[in-house]
Write a protein that binds this ligand. Structure first.
Ligand SMILES: [Zn+2]
Length: 490
């Protein structure tokens, strides 16, 4: 089909060895371009001037004069009209190749764009594969095959056995071709909240919904499809770029479990982007909260409610005493707290012997968070001691906050990419968590990128065609902007 040119042929024809072997394309090439963004219009015209390339053997191909010119400028992107896709462009002059496409007849140039229909198709295919947390195997297998066909290096870690799921995190690498450029990642998660079984996707006015009986699962397929499409486009464009990894995780929705065990530190990544929050596209989460969990068990004493109620200690009453007057909900601009689950009791004629409560608190300010958690613990302990009950409390730091400064590479690249697409970037603080929390703790500066998905975790969840495309364009531009940076070697 196509590939590096035969070395003997390259020598004979003085072609760079990594040129595409055009002569074996089994189809007519009728649109093509070149790489060279940094050419100004004058030099562009000069470079585009038709030039003979000597002894290139172009038999078997409807080789036009212009195509020969491509050889002369040593770089090419080839667009196959029949397949509506780009063939991998290969170039020799790293110095100026930038993945721009030119119509040689007109001299008009344009950078390679994402393939919109392919992106939408990928998004819909991904949504249709049921993938609740810990049961992502089918989706992982399907995606693995897709990424291998693109030509990426793909492997899995050992997440499944470590977190009790049937699938692992999937890691794919597009090796860089630009020495010194940062190594970046794009990340999204496979799993969705339920229910998604029997999903029927409906498109209304360019917006995708479920039929209302399930969720859509755009969280996080609206991040995953654009990330994959961006990597595929950059690969096909032949543009220079650093190493680009896709980190596709499992079990995010049940507590960032896949990311927790993904060996990101082994990949020596410089920074990266988690595509996993709501619109508008152009928003980036650079500051998040620390999130604590509390598990409280109140142990009272059972007694027959009709015969000897005075001998019992009612755990429900103890809990009520603790909760009454407890500071909950929005504690301040940076802090929230919530009691989410309460369980206990066995029968109406038994004084309730025990109650368990699951609670959480979050804050972007760790001191405030500690104060809030202490307050909640103290309320339960006090109520227990006043009533003769016992309160067993476990406190767990679920994940740590991160705060990424505005002048860091990870933020600068995102902002430039956003502006290049005409989207004014917004930096957001959120109390929600994502895999970026984990990757930051592992030492890889990471921010969350907004996608178009909205009303997530509900049956009204949706994402528009336009926002999927915008997200993919942004991811592609992030790869391009990162390639303009230098790697900070530690
Ligand atoms: Zn998500």
């Amino acid at each position: 089909m196509h590939g590096p040119i035969d070395p003997d042929l390259a020598r004979q024809s003085k072609l760079p060895q990594n040129s595409i072997l055009f002569q074996t394309f089994p189809f007519r090439i009728d649109v093509f371009g070149f790489c060279g963004m940094e050419l100004n219009p004058a030099s562009r015209a000069a470079r585009l001037a038709p030039t003979s390339v000597g002894d290139i053997n172009s038999s078997g191909l409807d080789c036009s004069h212009e195509l020969r010119t491509l050889f002369h400028i040593k770089c090419a992107n080839v667009f196959d009209r029949n397949r509506k896709s780009h063939c991998p462009g290969v170039y020799a002059d790293e110095g100026f190749a930038r993945g721009e496409q030119a119509d040689i007849r007109t001299g008009k140039t344009e950078r390679m764009k994402i393939n919109e229909e392919r992106l939408i198709g990928l998004f819909l295919d991904l949504c249709r594969i049921n993938a609740p947390a810990l049961q992502e195997r089918r989706c992982v297998d399907w995606t693995r095959q897709y990424l291998e066909q693109i030509g990426l290096e793909v492997w899995e870690d050992e997440a499944g056995s470590r977190i009790g799921g049937n699938a692992n995190n999937l890691i794919a690498k597009l090796p860089g071709n630009l020495p010194g450029a940062p190594r970046i990642y794009l990340s999204a998660h496979f799993d969705t909240v339920e229910p998604t079984e029997g999903l029927t996707i409906i498109e209304r006015d360019g917006v995708f919904y479920s039929d209302g009986s399930t969720i859509l699962g755009a969280d996080d397929k609206a991040g995953m499809a654009p990330a994959i499409e961006a990597v595929q486009t950059i690969l096909e464009s032949g543009e220079p770029h650093g190493d680009v990894y896709l980190l596709l995780t499992c079990a995010e929705e049940i507590g960032l479990k896949g990311a927790e065990v993904l060996p990101i530190q082994d990949l020596e990544i410089d920074f990266g982007y988690v595509l996993d929050t709501g619109p508008p596209v152009g928003t980036f989460v650079t500051r998040t909260a620390t999130h604590d969990k509390l598990h409280i068990e109140i142990i009272g004493r059972p007694a027959h409610a009709g015969k000897h109620p005075e001998e019992g200690i009612n755990a429900i009453e103890v809990a009520a005493r603790a909760i009454h007057g407890m500071r909950l909900g929005r504690i301040g601009p940076e802090t929230t707290a919530n009691l989410g689950i309460i369980q206990g009791g066995s029968a109406t004629n038994v004084v309730c012997p025990s109650v368990t409560i699951h609670a959480e608190a979050r804050s972007t300010n760790v001191e405030e968070l500690n104060l809030q958690v202490d307050h909640m613990i103290q309320r339960f302990e006090q109520a227990a001691s006043e009533t003769g009950a016992v309160a067993k409390i476990t406190h767990e730091r679920h994940y740590d906050a991160y705060q990424i400064a505005d002048d860091t590479q990870v933020v600068q690249v995102a902002q430039r990419a956003s502006r290049a697409l005409g989207l004014e970037p917004t930096l957001r603080t959120t109390l929600g968590g994502s895999d970026a929390n984990v990757f930051n703790v592992r030492g890889v500066p990471s921010i969350v990128v907004a996608t178009g998905m909205d009303k997530i975790h509900t049956h009204e969840e949706y994402v528009s065609r336009e926002d999927l495309i915008k997200t993919a364009e942004l991811a592609l531009q992030i790869i391009r902007e990162a390639a303009q940076e230098k790697r900070h070697v530690l």
